[in-house]
Design a protein around this ligand. Structure first.
Ligand SMILES: NC(=O)c1ccc[n+]([C@@H]2O[C@H](COP(=O)([O-])OP(=O)(O)OC[C@H]3O[C@@H](n4cnc5c(N)ncnc54)[C@H](OP(=O)(O)O)[C@@H]3O)[C@@H](O)[C@H]2O)c1
Length: 365
């Protein structure tokens, strides 16, 4: 029997993932740094529990497991110690990050992971399962494509700002920890820093053209890895005032990312944000849009997905199961290199729609 450890299991998303796994008859071991919370969760579901922090001797806690699913974010703080321990103990690693830095750091461990026979599979949640599968699908339709744009329409994008009912505490902390982050796109194969709010375009997510602004989601690393396309931009739908506000943040980014401000912000996030409740999880569908081009032709498609947290629970559990079942190659993988472009349709109630592609479009404009 293959054994899975879920780390950060008692956080908002970790709980959804453990509940989903248990409802599918699985028995992951739950883990985290707060012994009281891990034990209570384990008791509730009749599971085994492990308590350790990421400053402990992690390999000694992983040796008995075949795979770890890391749900403890911001992942920029948790992924590396767990990945290093997984490489040492030959344990497969999965997580639900959407942070481009984390994808890039894990991608750089590809050769070491292959040598160790270990699968490293970050991004098995809403970031980046639908967009990565869409990128793979589009690249298959147009193998000569040399540019890719992804667009994400989350929450009510015309409203612009997520409310406490839209996001979890961990997501808010992760967004805030990168609040002053200079934006990143992939240009001619390289990650290139660009100012926040620097580029916008309109995208039709299904209800007519919407304003969308380039943001640094993980696809700037993963989509390039999946498709080999060297020019990748990722957009989020938002009102134009929100894009201007992002551009204004650029000048005070150093302040937002400073230790004192981050220290003050985290308790405020804990006090104000709960995460989507049960009914919100059943609503809040999103649309992920994609476009590839080769200078002469373009192909566009959209995927309509359930609520991102509901999708994350299903895609993460299914990804962990497939890794444990075997057959996923060693090395740094993306959801689509591991499972193919249909994975998002297979693991969730998502629908893909191929759009008409009448004319050539220069994505540089
Ligand atoms: N890919 C996606 O689409 C997707 C979807 C949902 C969530 N996420 C990401 O997943 C992460 C967690 O979100 P959440 O909603 O579950 O947040 P949450 O409710 O705040 O839970 C975070 C969990 O991580 C643990 N943790 C955080 N930092 C840690 C550290 N340094 N060492 C050990 N444990 C640590 C927390 O333990 P303590 O309580 O002991 O601090 C808690 O168990 C966020 O980064 C979020 O952005 C991604």
């Amino acid at each position: 029997m293959e054994r899975l450890l879920v780390y950060g299991s008692y956080g908002y998303t970790g709980r959804l993932i453990v509940d989903e796994a248990v409802s599918r008859g699985q028995s992951p071991t739950v883990a985290g740094r707060d012994g009281r919370k891990v034990t209570a969760q384990a008791r509730e579901h009749g599971l085994e529990a492990r308590t350790f922090s990421l400053e402990d001797d992690i390999p000694s806690h992983l040796a008995e497991f075949d795979a770890v699913l890391n749900c403890a974010g911001p992942f920029v703080e948790t992924a590396e110690p767990l990945v290093e321990a997984c490489l040492e103990t030959e344990t497969d690693y999965l997580d639900i990050t959407g942070e481009f830095r984390v994808f890039e750091r894990i991608r750089r461990r590809d050769v070491r992971a292959r040598d160790a026979g270990v699968t490293l599979l970050p991004g098995v949640g809403f970031d980046v399962v639908p967009s990565d599968c869409l990128a793979a699908f589009l690249a298959d339709q147009l193998p000569t494509a040399d540019r890719l744009a992804i667009g994400v329409q989350g929450m009510d994008s015309r409203r612009g700002i997520p409310t406490p009912a839209d996001v979890s505490r961990g997501t808010a902390k992760t967004l805030f920890s990168g609040a002053g982050t200079t934006n990143v796109v992939r240009k001619n194969g390289a990650l290139v820093r660009v100012p926040l709010g620097f580029r916008s375009r309109t995208i039709d997510f299904g209800d007519g053209p919407e304003h969308a602004v380039a943001i640094p989601l993980g696809d700037v690393v993963t989509a390039a890895q999946t498709t080999g396309i060297e020019n990748v931009e990722v957009y989020a739908a938002m009102p134009s005032w929100a894009g201007s506000a992002m551009a204004a943040l650029e000048s005070i980014g150093w302040l937002l990312e400073s230790r004192p401000v981050q220290k003050l912000a985290r308790p405020a996030i804990d006090a104000l944000i709960d995460g989507p409740g049960e009914s919100a999880l059943k609503t809040g569908e999103t649309v992920v849009w994609g476009e590839v081009g080769d200078g002469e032709r373009i192909v566009r498609a959209r995927i309509r997905t359930p609520n991102p947290y509901a999708l994350t629970a299903k895609s993460a559990v299914e990804a962990a199961k497939r890794v444990l079942d075997g057959g996923v190659p060693a090395g740094a993988q993306t959801p689509a290199t591991a499972f193919g472009s249909e994975f998002v349709l297979e693991c969730s109630d998502s629908e893909r729609e191929v759009l008409e592609t009448p004319a050539a479009v220069d994505l540089e404009k």
